[in-house]
Write a protein that binds this ligand. Structure first.
Ligand SMILES: Nc1ncnc2c1ncn2[C@@H]1O[C@H](COP(=O)(O)OP(=O)(O)OP(=O)(O)O)[C@@H](O)[C@H]1O
Ligand SMILES: [Mg+2]
Length: 276
């Protein structure tokens, strides 16, 4: 047997020739604010040794590390309640962390607010309440562009090119769309900020296998434009097939880490998390 995984080769995004390793350009210095410090030799985005929880409650994350590098798709999987969403919220600055740090593009951004992280180039699609249901599709996309002072129409056209159904339905309230289409609105909204990295929490939740495949294809397409993607997925097997890097989290800790291919081949991961 060849050591090449056909799925990985077909669907992964290792083809550097079509990616833009430096991402979508620089954030203007006028948008930079808050205290950060330069860190070298780190992945593009890393939540490192994160420990913390909600309010005064117990720690949900325990020394948890997840990262994504340029040109890559990284996937976080694990059982319900493992802390996957909590890890994403921690990276986005929505958690009380008392250990660890978050580094984006060489800068320690642990002290920044979520708004400042968006300004630094973080796009985040949360697991729940990720669209404005009573607003039209187009208004949702416009809301996504809230931090921009320039003309965002080109970006909107790019979003419509990526998700043509959204252009068709642009005057409809987003809440009237199907589950898969609403997820497209949510991803489109995040893309409107021209992020340097995209974080997706369960982008395929509640959609049919066909729609899931389609969404994964669009996500790969986004990654190939040079935007690294860190995503949580319940469809672990399918997600690991397209993942350059995979993390299995259990009770807020790193249980297994490897390439998507390695994790898919790991007997313990298969037995415990992939149904054999
Ligand atoms: N806002 C919150 N306040 C307090 N505890 C919370 C909050 N959100 C989540 N938790 C707790 O944190 C733990 C991890 O939850 P989290 O949502 O991160 O898990 P998950 O891995 O994303 O699960 P799922 O697969 O169901 O989405 C759970 O015990 C949960 O009850
Ligand atoms: Mg979750």
């Amino acid at each position: 047997m060849s050591d090449k995984d056909p799925l990985q080769d077909d669907r992964g995004n290792k083809d550097i020739s079509i990616t833009n390793p430096s991402g979508r350009g620089e954030i203007p210095t006028t948008l930079r604010s808050g205290a950060t410090s330069k860190v070298d030799g780190e992945p593009f985005l890393v939540g490192e040794n994160m420990t913390g929880g909600y309010g005064r409650g117990p720690d949900i994350l325990n020394d948890c590390t997840v990262a994504v590098d340029r040109g890559e798709i990284a996937v976080i999987v694990g059982p319900n309640g493992a802390g996957k969403s909590t890890a994403m919220k921690a990276i986005f600055g929505m958690l009380n962390m008392h250990g660890g740090r978050v580094v984006l593009d060489g800068e320690d951004i642990s002290a920044l607010s979520p708004q400042d992280r968006v300004a630094r180039g973080m796009g985040f699609v949360p697991q729940v309440r990720n669209i404005f249901p009573s607003m039209t599709v187009e208004e949702n996309l416009e809301m996504g562009a809230f931090i921009r002072r320039d003309d965002f129409r080109t970006t909107m056209e790019q979003v419509y090119d990526l998700f043509p159904i959204l252009k068709e339905k642009r005057r409809q309230p987003a809440g009237e769309l199907s589950g898969g289409q609403r997820q497209q609105v949510a991803v489109g909204r995040a893309l409107m900020t021209q992020p340097k990295v995209l974080m997706l929490d369960e982008p395929t939740a509640g959609v049919s296998p066909i729609v899931m495949d389609e969404l994964f294809d669009r996500i790969i397409e986004v990654a190939r434009t040079g935007i690294p993607i860190l995503m949580v997925e319940q469809n672990a097997r399918q997600a690991l097939e397209i993942a350059d890097k995979g993390y299995v989290l259990v009770t807020g800790r790193n249980a297994h880490t490897g390439t998507g291919k390695e994790l898919l081949a790991d007997p313990e991961v298969r037995r415990s998390f992939l149904g054999g």
